[in-house]
Design a protein around this ligand. Sequence first.
Ligand SMILES: [Zn+2]
Ligand SMILES: [Zn+2]
Length: 244
Amino acid sequence: MDIYRADLHIHSCLSPCGDWAMSPRDIVARSREKGLHIIAISDHNSAENAGAVMAAGEAAGVCVIPGLEICSREEVHVLGLFENLGQALQMQETVYAHLPGSNDPELWGDQVVANEKNEVVCENERLLIGATTLWLDAIVDAVHSLDGLCIAAHVDRPSYSVISNLGFIPPDVKFDAIEVSFRVPLADAYQQVPGIERFPCITSSDAHFLKDVGRVSTAFRLESPVFGEIRRALLGVEGRRIEV
Ligand SMILES: [Zn+2]
Ligand SMILES: [Zn+2]
């Protein structure tokens, strides 16, 4: 087994708050520069750029996991990460069916769908920055029904996190892991963020700009840099683990 570095929360130019420069090829190139072996693309309420980044990653030897950062009815952000694009797009269908409103680019920013050659395909017109009408537990269940991993995003942040918005992590919500932001060193997470003890803890960049890709990452001990091994590391199967 080896140590593989993963940044499992990266936005692309599809996120209204994501920089134009967050194009499929450039995200992958920057990830390589930063020594990342695995990244996840998790745009707000959408996976429409995940396939293009996966294709760019395949060409460059970076494992790209397709995902979404879903905003629940309680305005809690959770990451849904999937083994393959089909599962991510199925989750996107559920999210789109419960996502009201349309984007105002002047107010929120552009939402660019790109291909793996960095060409603009179209603009997404949904209100991706908005909250879905899905309750948190329904999102976790939907992600799990598609064999995905559901991770509570940036739990240390004062907004849009399960702890900030609900006050605690409900005992019946079955997160596969929780994520702390770059503001909390992973080694200090369990001391600094009470209430997360029962979960595996990762850290990711939540990058919206190229310079932030890989500003923090999680070191996993794995057989190989693939989605299934991340799952096994979160479960602690046969020596796989998060290295802190
Ligand atoms: Zn978020
Ligand atoms: Zn994010």
